[in-house]
Write a protein that binds this ligand. Sequence first.
Ligand code: HEM
Length: 314
Amino acid sequence: MTEEERDSNASGESEGGSRSEEELASSAERGDGAGREPNRPYGAGTQAQEGPPGSYLTYASYLKIDELLSLQDPVSDGPEHDEMLFIIIHQVYELWFKEVLHEVDYVVKLLLADDLARAQHTMKRILTILKVLVAQLDILETMTPVEFLTFRERLEEASGFQSHQFRELEFVLGGKSQWAISRYPEHEPALKRLRQRYEEPTLWDAFLHCLTREGYPVPKELLERDVTQRIEPSPELQEVLVKVYRRDPALSELCERLVDLDEGLQEWRYRHVKMVERTIGTKPGSGGSAGADYLRQTLFKPAFPDLWGIRGRL
Ligand code: HEM
């Protein structure tokens, strides 16, 4: 920043020479077009990069707000008041799942390219989103069991059980399962993506290859393992990881972020099952499982068992 820029910032102008809030507000009141330009129609300034001449990009057209806001379609009669929350919260979860998958795929790429700094940075973003995913359950817990019952029957068999993005996330973190794939009908469009993820190496595999390139003797059979199988603990790898933690602060930080991710997902599962218990008690799930009893079996199963296995030795 030059001396001049520093002076102008100190006198209240923000970066880029834009006007102060007061100046903009008084200009808007005068309506002289110099500040907020209140009479100018939205989007009148920039020709859209796509679309016919004369079409302009706006907040609504860029983000497809009209389409987005038309996607909440309650099925209950009335419709019941609480169904809107139920729909929106699930849609928001699916959007975040999409973003988390996008970022995890990026971390895999970065690890394969040995870009540890950027991988760490991206992990931090994923972990921050995960905290939001856990916190969002608080909102759903404002819905009482009786409120849920006002529309539950209308959900038929629909359940988060069928969330293919959640299964994709499990797969990329190593929780591969043919059973999860077999539950989708052949005509399900998401099946292709799920099968592809099933065949692909996981985040853990990318991490092991990265460890090797950093000079650590990762057992060959782990580097060549069948990536469609779940990640099993390996005493030999744990020896290597203990060395990483003792000698290599940068790499051990990365290990810690993987533990955060693993713990964060386990935390989501725990909070989800508690929310389910308080909302439907011991009733079966709409997806056809035993409900909370089934969900409890998915708890406390780490994605990266070796990172948990070494902690008593550090
Ligand atoms: C009142 C709210 C909710 C209730 C009562 C509920 C209930 C259940 C139940 C009983 C299951 C077991 C499968 C079944 O038989 O249906 C399940 C699974 C699941 N739910 Fe929910 N759920 C709720 C909200 C949510 C939300 C907001 C999400 C966010 C996406 C979600 C995601 C999932 C996922 C991913 C599974 C599969 C978990 C696994 O198989 O490990 N649920 N839910």
